[in-house]
Write a protein that binds this ligand. Structure first.
Ligand code: ATP
Length: 336
């Protein structure tokens, strides 16, 4: 049944690049909410660009079912669907022409009259601070400016979905702030579906209504901010990395990866007397502000990243290099 709050629904979706042996993507179940911001995070090669390619209808899944607004997407109608979304790729292709001509490109291909094209492009260029560059050859632009042109080219078509592949890669700090503002406005208006990929999990989380973590082509059960490799010792109910042993939920049987959300970890000066089964004593190796919270890195055998409020940090009265205990429940550990 059509659920208007879901833009894309994926069931058992697989994708294999032609001529390759293994699946680049294998997703059991994933909904992308409509008119919300979804961020895809995950390490290099985890499948973010491949998934964006499916959501942009560049290619059809090689297995499973992809529904867009409740309708199944198949190879035949990909071109029609493609017109409804705007993809800004990691390395956008720019024409040997002016910035304005590049921004107008999609409109031109759709047969929009020249006068209307100019008005629409002008408005988007102003919004992105590109208007002063309108007559410059696009090929002479910096990486960040080129990325902005590609963003403008997608925005000007007013698509139902905007897809951004690693928008932070080339953007310098001030442009990132502008981009975040733009996404914030679209998010508040609830007028378009946005899906973007990012390496920067914490920055992306601050922008997102939903964060999807990909790992080896699959959707991971947790973010990978605290991600450890090792193996399960089921008898001892432990996940053993080669540095520490982490208490895990009873029912866990196998998995070579364990992850704990940064906000599930508690910091304390002394080891807490609590029901939490995981306690590791370590030292603070970095402290920095992140989206109104403080990101504390603790080296306690493994590196742990913990997000706490500024008030909590003040109460703890801890500083760089101090000894500190990280604690979390076994139920906070996701093994996969
Ligand atoms: N055109 C292609 N042909 C064959 N294999 C590909 C192709 N593009 C990607 N792959 C493979 O598919 C897997 C997923 O790659 P993808 O580019 O989707 O990951 P990603 O998460 O976007 O990575 P990155 O963060 O490095 O951009 C990788 O194993 C990659 O080598």
């Amino acid at each position: 049944m059509l659920n208007p709050s879901v833009a894309y629904a994926l069931t058992d979706v697989g994708f294999t690049y032609p001529g390759t042996a293994g699946e680049a993507l294998s997703i059991n179940r994933l909904d992308i909410p409509a008119n919300r911001v979804t961020v895809l995070v995950g390490p290099n090669g985890s499948g973010k660009s491949t998934l964006l390619g499916l959501l942009a209808f560049l290619h059809a899944p090689t297995g499973g079912e992809l529904l867009y607004q409740g309708a199944p997407v198949n190879g035949k109608r990909l071109r029609d669907y493609r017109r409804r979304v705007g993809l800004v790729p990691q390395n956008p292709y720019l024409l040997h022409d002016t910035v304005a001509a590049n921004v107008e490109l999609g409109l031109k291909l759709r047969g929009t009259p020249a006068a209307k094209r100019r008005v629409l492009a002008q408005s988007v260029m102003e919004q992105l601070g590109l208007d002063r560059l309108a007559d410059r050859p696009a090929r002479d632009l910096s990486g960040g400016e080129g990325q902005k042109v590609a963003i403008a080219r997608a925005l000007v078509l007013d698509p139902e979905v905007l897809l951004f592949d690693e928008p932070f890669t080339y953007l310098d700090k001030s442009i990132v702030a502008e981009f975040e503002q733009l996404v914030g406005v679209i998010r508040e208006n609830r007028s378009q579906t946005i899906v973007m990929s990012s390496h920067d999990q914490l920055r992306a989380s601050a922008l997102a209504d939903k964060v999807v973590t990909l790992f080896e082509g699959r959707v991971a059960p947790s973010s990978l901010i605290n991600h450890f490799q090792g193996q399960v010792d089921q008898a001892a109910q432990l996940f053993r990395t080669n540095k520490i042993n982490i208490a895990i939920p009873e029912e866990t049987s196998a998995g070579a990866h364990a992850a704990v959300e940064a906000n599930q970890i508690v910091l304390s000066r002394q080891t807490l007397d609590s029901s939490m089964r995981n306690h590791f004593i370590g030292r603070i190796t970095s402290l920095h502000e992140q989206g109104g919270l403080v990101n504390v890195t603790v080296q306690a055998g493994e590196n742990f990243q913990v997000l706490i409020t500024r008030a909590a940090l003040r109460d703890l009265d801890c500083h760089l290099g101090d000894e500190i205990t990280v604690s979390f429940k076994s139920s906070a550990v996701k093994v996969f």
